[in-house]
Ligand binder design. Structure first.
Ligand SMILES: [Zn+2]
Length: 72
């Protein structure tokens, strides 16, 4: 949905991007912990307005590198 601007489930083009806020209490972010250092990687959500389908994206390459180091 992020790249096509189109819902893969229903074909709608009404896509809403919901940015993550890593400082929010119920953030959608991914927690990566290294010793005592805790970092949260923001995850943006793309929501189809028509059917409600949701995709999650880690949009920043450097943040994806952090996840790869932690879990890869
Ligand atoms: Zn849809």
């Amino acid at each position: 949905m992020r790249n096509t601007k189109c819902c893969p489930k229903c074909g709608s083009r009404e896509i809403i991007r919901v940015p993550d806020n890593a400082h929010r209490y119920l953030a959608n972010s991914i927690c990566v912990t290294k010793l005592a250092f805790v970092k949260r990687v923001p995850v943006a959500r793309y929501v189809c307005h028509a059917c409600g389908y949701v995709e999650d994206w880690v949009e920043n390459q450097r943040e994806r590198d952090v996840i790869q180091k932690a879990f890869g």
